[in-house]
Design a protein around this ligand. Structure first.
Ligand code: ADE
Length: 248
């Protein structure tokens, strides 16, 4: 069964965009997933196909009209798919959400423009409001692309044997350890000795300690949760590359 992505947007030419390339693009060509972009302007009102109006209560910018957005939503086959509305006001999008979306039949993403969408249509449609981070994009399309990219890479058959579908970061609540490849010496910098040793247990231990160090330095939120879960106190020494100063 093809995993189905639908974007409701005023800029249908933004899709598939980057999702038409590389891993997601090959999976799209192979029919593992499908991408449909519906132009909400088609549901706009009057000769000028108006989709927005000024906010009640005053303030800057324009708000997308609930009647127009509702008609656009009604115009698609939901087929059991969740309706997702990317917005900086949403709850943080997490890998657990991505896993849930990828495991289902697909998603419908409502891409807002202007100041956003009238709250009533979000309530009425049961839209899941998600944020991809604490910054403001000019519209939902880039956030939708982020969400879809993260889903598509998890679909069965998308990752070849050469690619790892393992969610290194976040799988155990830690950031991923640093990666190195050839040459072993570059620009006066050495690869950590243990990685050249062939001792798998020692390598695994170093990597885990490096994950702990980098997580403590960069993500106090993840580190606190990890400490609470594991009782881990301070990170073990992870080698000269992992000292906190170098990580910022
Ligand atoms: N739309 C605009 N900014 C956004 C953000 N940070 N996350 C999700 N959707 C958005």
């Amino acid at each position: 069964m093809t995993w189905q992505a639908t974007a409701l947007t005023l800029f249908p030419a933004m899709f598939p965009g980057t999702l038409g390339q590389s891993l997601a693009g090959r999976a799209l060509e192979r029919g593992i997933w499908s991408m449909e972009a519906r132009d909400m302007r088609d549901y706009g009102l009057g000769r000028h196909r108006v989709v927005d109006d000024t906010p009640f209560g005053g303030g800057a910018g324009m708000v997308m009209r609930p009647d127009v957005v509702a008609a656009a939503i009604a115009g698609i086959e939901r087929a059991g798919r969740p309706l997702v509305y990317p917005t900086p006001r949403g709850r943080p999008l997490a890998q657990a959400d991505i896993r849930r979306y990828a495991a289902g039949p697909g998603v419908v993403v409502l891409c807002g423009r202007y100041e956003g969408v009238d709250e009533r249509v979000l309530e009425a449609s049961g839209a899941e409001q998600v944020s991809i981070g604490d910054y403001i994009l000019s519209g939902g399309e880039v956030a939708a692309t982020v969400l879809l990219d993260a889903c598509v890479r998890l679909l069965p058959g998308v990752m070849g044997s050469g690619e790892s579908a393992v969610e290194e970061s976040f799988a155990d609540g830690l950031l991923e350890y640093p990666l190195y490849t050839k040459p072993a010496q570059w620009d006066g910098r050495d690869v950590p000795e243990v990685l050249l040793s062939g001792h798998h247990a020692a390598i695994a231990k170093w990597r885990h300690a490096a994950s702990e160090t980098v997580t403590q330095a960069r993500r106090p939120d993840l580190w606190a949760a990890y400490q609470a879960r594991t009782g881990q106190d301070t990170p073990r020494i992870a080698g000269p590359r992992a000292d906190a100063d170098r990580l910022n």
